[in-house]
Design a protein around this ligand. Sequence first.
Ligand SMILES: [Zn+2]
Length: 348
Amino acid sequence: MPEGPEVEIVRRGLKNLYRQKIIGIFFSSHKKYSSQGLKSFSKLLGTQIKEIKRKGKWLIFVFDNEIKAINHLGMSGKWLLFEHEKNISIKKQYFCEELDFKEQDIEKKHKEISSYIRVTSLETTNKEGSKINSYYLIPKEGQKFIETKNNPLKKSFEEEILYDKHIKLIIFLEKYVAIFSDPRIFGQFRIIDDEETKKQLKRIEHLGPDILEKPFDIERFIGNLKRHPKITIASALLRTDIVLGVGNIYRSEALFRAKISPFRRINQIKKEELRVLGKKIHEVGMEALRYGGSSIQSYVNTDGRSGGMQERFLVYGKNKQPCVVCGNEIKKDKIDGRSIYWCEYCQK
Ligand SMILES: [Zn+2]
């Protein structure tokens, strides 16, 4: 699951979509996406994305008519951007349609889609780069994080929309087409236009501090922790009412760097230690951002930049390997069903 720094990298990639009119939308017939339906999604037609904000792992889209949408990548959601100046032409303007992306009959699907758009080129880029589509990819959980402008392994836009059964939303803008795919349906993209979504946004906006927030509000972080004196520090770091954007990876790394055992309960930890932990959380987050996020499994890509943070892990995924500080074996344990890596000698 992407954590705060990875979602921030996605947010920066999506800035390519700013200030372009939205001219068409396909949304999935899956109930999580279709329940808001035509009425909500069609409000976006003719508007522009003014800004995309991030709170932890949520992205908040702000459109120029002040409509907002909440987007979450869930476990393995990803955004793909395609430039369409030459490749894709829009036949109908201002369309908003529900599509069954799971539809097995490719011909039928093709026919339906091609009544709205036309794909004039299936060219894929090669190393010499005859055609370049800007391309932002967050592969499935556990795979590498990629941000590339010239990825020889990528599929064409047409292949992507015909064969990816997990697409939940396609937004056609003046220069780009943005595809949101959510294979495990833990993600969301909801327009804020009813009481339920308004409440959700309000709740999210009041959460924090965020792992990348500058300056990171350590006193607020400690105050949030003190409200849960009995829970373990490892569990606490995954709670959005305590700190935002920290997941499994960065909690292991931050606790190791702060020399605190993941099993200690909040009321057993001195304020000074919590202060150090807050500092380390922010440091590890900023380091991850600087190194392009974390990519867990290998992924072959000759041209694209991939995340390099995994090479800087001190404990995460290092089960039974020697601790970089004391040389003893790193342990892997579970707390509330989630893995934690730590050194029982260095972390007290
Ligand atoms: Zn150690």
